[in-house]
Every structure is written in C-alpha cells, then in structure tokens.
Design a protein around this ligand. Structure first.
Ligand SMILES: Nc1ncnc2c1ncn2[C@@H]1O[C@H](COP(=O)(O)OP(=O)(O)OP(=O)(O)O)[C@@H](O)[C@H]1O
Ligand SMILES: [Mg+2]
Length: 295
C-alpha cells in the first residue's frame, strides 16, 4: 500500500506526469452524487443533470460507480459490452470502454471492475490514473453516480471529488441518513464541499424546509455549510420514463422534473462550488485525495 501511494504521489506531483497532461487540456471538475438512504433518485438525477449540462454545451462523462447495482445503462435502455474490468485487465483502452448513451452522452460502466479498483497494485493504479486523465482532459465534468450509504467505496468517491451533491427526499428517514453521511465525511483535510438537492418535492417551499433542517443541524453541530443547490419535483413522468428506459428529460422535456433539472443545471453553472483555498482540484486532486487514506 505504501509503495502504491508513494508512486502515485510522485505521479501527481511530477511535472512530467499528470501535471504536463493537465496543462495541455481542460481541467475537468469531478462531481460525486451521493445519498444516505437508497432509492432517493441519485441515478436519475445524475443522468438527467449530465444531459442538461451537455445541452448547455458542456462536455460531461458519467461514471457509474455503484458497486452493487449499475443502473445508468438500464435507465437509458443501453448495455455495455465493456466496463472498468476490461480496462484494468488491459483488455480494452479507456476510449473503448466509454459507451455512448442517450443523446450521445458518454459514460463508463464500473461493472465488475469496481471491486478491483480498491485493491489495485501500484502499477495498475498508475495505469488507471493515466487512462482516466487522458479522458478527463477532454471533459468539463466527470460525474460519479454512487450507491447509497456509507460504504468504504462511496466514502472514497465522495472524499476524492471536487464536490459532492447529496440527494435527499423530504422523507424523515432520507433526511437523517443524509445528515449521517455529511457527519461522517466532515472534518477531513480539504473536506469535499457538499451541496444538497431535494428530490420528489411538492413545491419549492418544501425543498427549502428540508434543506433548512439539514443545514441547520450541520451548522450547529459541525460548523459547516451545506447550501441547497435546487430541487426536483415529484413527477409521475419520472416513473414512466424509467419504465420506458428513456431519461425523463428526453422522454418528457416539458414535464415538471425536466424543467427543474434544467433550472438546476443553469444554477449550478452560475454558482460553482467553493473549494478550500489551495486545494488541488480536477483529476490530479482526485488521485491525490484517493490516496490519502491508503497511506
Ligand atoms: N422526481 C421524481 N418523481 C417521481 N419519482 C421519482 C423521482 N425521482 C426518482 N423517482 C423514483 O425513484 C426511483 C429510484 O430512483 P433512482 O434509481 O434514481 O434512485 P437511486 O438513489 O439511484 O437508487 P439506488 O440507491 O438504488 O442507487 C425511480 O425509479 C423512480 O421510480
Ligand atoms: Mg442508483
């Protein structure tokens, strides 16, 4: 483990390594979508938010990092012949494991490779970092859709990102689980900034009430801010779209949920997350933070 960390650290700090590649291209922002409770709408949010950013002219890559049940494929009615596993075992290049989904949205299915990602050898992790870097320089955003809860894997994806969006619904169980997640992740060095999305709300006022509850407790007990980025309405078209295996923003572009996600994407671009001063962001920051706990 120590060797792996040392090697990657030199990769992220060497001017001839990632730095050189980074300067030659864009510096993509790495976003992780997370929730305390399962089934609150992360995967639907990830997909439709990514599509909304794409419509606004941004280059977005979605990475399905749900270890147990990969859903991004299913929500688009596509399937991936190759996933992270094929990359990690050098059977395919990163370009070959990127699939094009609805509206040509590029995505990577973690699949069976996700488990391997947490026990990579020194050389393999370096290879992975280089491959991801190659793609990230083409992108404005890389968005990780994670599974629910506080698994070691999710914490890694949250801790390494430039920003984490926490999805909750107005249900009390979802709210308390969202707070539990923030509490556990809070207090790390260069802590990932959090923003909240309230899904399945009756109206804007309900989203503000939910956000106030979480933000209030976080402020009081953790002295941290968790701003509300926006909300998505409860909308029967979401369920219909899931059944049709078409993202709701494409299947029902004028539905409430679609309008909400468009508004949310605009707001997201207008109000970028504030990272701690001096924090290394982008893929270099991601790899550096990824290694933080393995030393
Ligand atoms: N805005 C919404 N309006 C109505 N129903 C919704 C909305 N968002 C999500 N749902 C319902 O919730 C279900 C679960 O959504 P989704 O799969 O996106 O959740 P998830 O958080 O990714 O779940 P998991 O934790 O299992 O990964 C959807 O299939 C849909 O039926
Ligand atoms: Mg999901």
């Amino acid at each position: 483990m120590k060797d792996q960390a040392a090697s990657l650290r030199s990769l992220v700090s060497a001017p001839s390594g990632l730095d050189k590649i980074q300067r030659s291209g864009r510096s993509s922002k790495i976003l992780t979508i997370a929730s305390g409770k399962g089934g609150v709408g992360k995967s639907n949010f990830t997909l439709n938010f990514a599509l909304a950013l794409q419509t606004l002219g941004r280059k977005v890559l979605v990475f399905d990092a749900d270890i147990g049940m990969a859903n991004i494929d299913v929500l688009m009615g596509t399937s991936s012949p190759y996933n992270l596993y094929h990359l990690l075992y050098r059977q395919k290049s990163i370009q070959e494991i990127i699939q094009l989904g609805a509206n040509g949205l590029p995505y990577i299915a973690g699949g069976s490779g996700m488990k391997e990602l947490f026990s990579l050898s020194d050389r393999d992790l370096e290879f992975f970092a280089e491959q991801v870097e190659m793609v990230a320089q083409e992108m404005d955003y890389v968005i990780f859709d994670t599974g629910a809860g506080l698994s070691r894997e999710n914490m890694k994806f949250i801790g390494a990102a430039d920003e984490c969006m926490i999805i909750t619904t107005p249900e009390p169980t979802s709210i308390t689980d969202a707070y539990a997640l923030v509490k556990v992740m809070h207090g790390q060095e260069n802590a990932t900034p959090f923003r909240m999305i309230v899904n399945r709300v009756e109206n804007e006022q309900e989203s503000e009430q939910v956000a106030d509850k979480i933000a209030g407790v976080a402020k009081r007990f953790l002295q941290t801010d968790i701003p509300l980025l926006g909300y998505v309405s409860e909308d029967p078209n979401v369920v219909k779209a899931v059944k049709r295996q078409v993202p709701y923003s494409l299947a029902y572009p004028h539905s409430k949920a679609s309008r909400d996600i468009q508004r949310l994407a605009l707001r997201y671009l207008a109000e970028p997350a504030v990272n701690e001063a001096g924090t290394l962001t982008g893929i270099r920051g991601f790899m550096k933070k990824w290694l933080r706990k393995t030393t």
